[in-house]
Design a protein around this ligand. Structure first.
Ligand code: CTP
Ligand code: CA
Length: 222
């Protein structure tokens, strides 16, 4: 419970976490984005701090207060999040990519408001860099790298594929086909995957899950 002091299993460790969505401008008044409240990433930051870590929280646009004791770096686009992640990751022992990064951005951002035209218009999009894959591929000072995967089907297969293809140490997967959990909810259910192990965490509050995830990571890096 809240009155029991937590063992400081992350004392002396630095944790960098990405959280929330990114926002990709189309013109001065419009953008494309993903659903993401930022609650899971912010809960992870709070939990890491409660376990004794120094925490950098790279946050996309979300309306959440900064957890006490955490350093918050506000970003908007995936490009800005990428730059910030590459700045903080080499000084970190643990990197957690919890952000819902937009996979694509506008190929060109209009400098003036796009005016309404015919009955159909076409947007051309360009792929964004894979932030967590570039952290996992750092040649030196590579942190223990943890991803998240929100899936609507084939959860285990897709999550394990991302673990391998992105070069991650661990991935936390949630099934978002059940609308009671994930996205804006305070609750979530996660399965943690490593290359040779998995742990199922039943539905619980994001705050409780965050503590369990951080304790599992602390156990793996010690
Ligand atoms: N991620 C990232 N940079 C991106 C896209 C995703 O760092 N450009 C990270 C997310 O923060 C998350 C993990 O990769 O930790 C998985 O994100 P997800 O969107 O599930 O993976 P994608 O590779 O984009 O695959 P898809 O959207 O096609 O399922
Ligand atoms: Ca994606």
């Amino acid at each position: 419970n809240a009155l029991t002091p937590l063992p400081q299993v992350l004392a002396g460790k630095t944790v960098t976490i990405t959280a929330g969505p990114t926002r990709e401008a189309l013109d001065p008044v419009r953008f494309i984005t993903n659903h993401s409240s930022g609650k899971m990433g912010f809960s992870l930051a709070e939990a890491a701090h409660a376990l004794g870590a120094k925490v950098n929280l790279i946050a996309g646009p979300v309306s959440l207060p900064t957890p006490g004791g955490c350093k918050r770096i506000n970003v908007e686009s995936a490009a800005q999040m990428h730059q910030s992640a590459l700045e903080y990751a080499p000084q970190s022992d643990i990197f957690i990519g919890c952000a819902a990064v937009a996979d694509y951005r506008a190929a060109s951002v209009a400098s003036q408001k796009i005016k309404k035209q015919g009955d159909e218009i076409t947007l051309t999009l360009t792929k964004n860099p894979d932030i967590i894959a570039s952290v996992a591929a750092l040649p030196t000072s590579r942190p223990y790298t943890v991803g998240f995967a929100a899936e609507t089907q084939n959860v285990a297969q897709y999550a394990q594929g991302k673990l391998i293809n992105k070069g991650l140490d661990m991935i936390c997967a949630n099934d978002v086909s059940n609308s009671n959990v994930g996205f804006n909810s305070d609750n979530n259910a996660l399965t943690l995957y490593w290359k040779k192990e998995r742990i199922e965490l039943p539905q619980s509050s994001k705050k409780e899950l965050a503590l369990t995830v951080m304790q599992a990571i602390a156990e793996k890096i010690k």
